[in-house]
Design a protein. Structure first.
Length: 159
């Protein structure tokens, strides 16, 4: 209960958006999915807030996508919008499933980096702790001795 209250305060206080419930209808990659709202049936493209999974062409990119798909495809989730849009027009949000966030699950499994460029709230520190445990346990992408963060990889691909 307290985690959710802190999360809502940290993410939603400055904006006029409200949480909503939907069913995950597709997973594009580890951190991008489509969710059908239960209230109006509208399908919304969502980019999860605060963490970045490897791109599909990167090592562990498909693993991150499969992890998210196995976990959430066809499942009911709560979407907590941040009030931001991604560069591709997707709604940026926290995804809650079974009283946990997708962000913490991905961080814990070793399939995401907490992106300090955008993730600066207290909840990011909790995700970062999970990421560091996954790194020390060599889980997921941390099995690679020198994994490349997706924002660095994308920059290298543009050159």
């Amino acid at each position: 209960f307290w985690f959710r209250a802190v999360l809502l305060l940290a993410l939603l206080a400055p904006c006029d958006t409200f949480a909503w419930t939907g069913e995950v209808v597709s997973v594009h990659d580890g951190d991008s999915l489509k969710v059908q709202r239960v209230d109006d049936g509208h399908v919304v493209s969502v980019r999860i807030f605060g963490v970045d999974c490897p791109e599909l062409a990167q090592p562990y990119g498909d693993d991150a996508r499969l992890y998210t798909a196995r976990l959430l495809a066809g499942q009911s989730v709560e979407v907590l919008p941040s009030g931001q849009r991604s560069s591709f027009g997707r709604e940026v949000a926290v995804i809650e499933y079974n009283e946990r966030t997708l962000q913490e699950l991905l961080s814990e499994a070793g399939f995401a980096w907490v992106d300090g460029r955008f993730c600066k709230s207290e909840v990011c520190d909790a995700w970062r702790k999970l990421q560091n445990i996954a790194r020390s346990d060599k889980r997921g992408l941390w099995a690679d001795p020198s994994p490349i963060p997706p924002w660095v990889w994308r920059h290298q691909m543009r050159k």
